[in-house]
Design a protein around this ligand. Sequence first.
Ligand SMILES: [Zn+2]
Length: 220
Amino acid sequence: MLTLSHVHQLFSPETCQTYIHALRWKDRPLQCPRCQSQDVDPWGNYHYRPGCKRYWCNGCQRTFNDLTDTLLHQSKRSLPYWILATFLLCLSCSSRRIARELGVHGRTSYRWCWWLRNTAVSYETGRQVEGTVEADDLYHTAGQKGQARQGGKKALGRRARGRRKKREPGRGHYDKDRPAIIVWVSRQGAVVIHATKDFTVQTVQKAADLAVQPMFKGSA
Ligand SMILES: [Zn+2]
């Protein structure tokens, strides 16, 4: 089987640092992650982390860098590992495949995938959308056992035993392992996703209060 193993060794850690720096501060000014002060000064480099700049915060009198308060801060693996792992995860690669590409242990990549997904969904959970907001709902079945990867029935070569979890038609409910998922999309581009227990007026209203800035409320 063709693999791309160890592509990360072709990346340079300096380029990755520059990329992370651009990503982290692209829509806000450089500020201290601890006290949000923008009164910061350059404070040298790290000899063991090439390309990573250090800053001094005049607000809380401590240093920080582009990785402070992120998942990558304490990692002993260099940035190219993380960038490639994130890239492969976004391409829906399995954690086992990622382990093979990176040359790390399967348990390491499993943990990384979990952390990366968790960080992605918990990023700015308190975010609110503004402007004209559209909402849509769907019911996601928790667990796809017995389903082919592309949906539909799996070719088994025998009669199905019919042990797949039975679903009632119509709207789902948290208690039936089929929570309602509401997506709020602002026409300005921001998206907020909520998983709710059902789709009653009260639940939707509560979710709307969390997701949409009150003075702009309206839906289509
Ligand atoms: Zn500070």
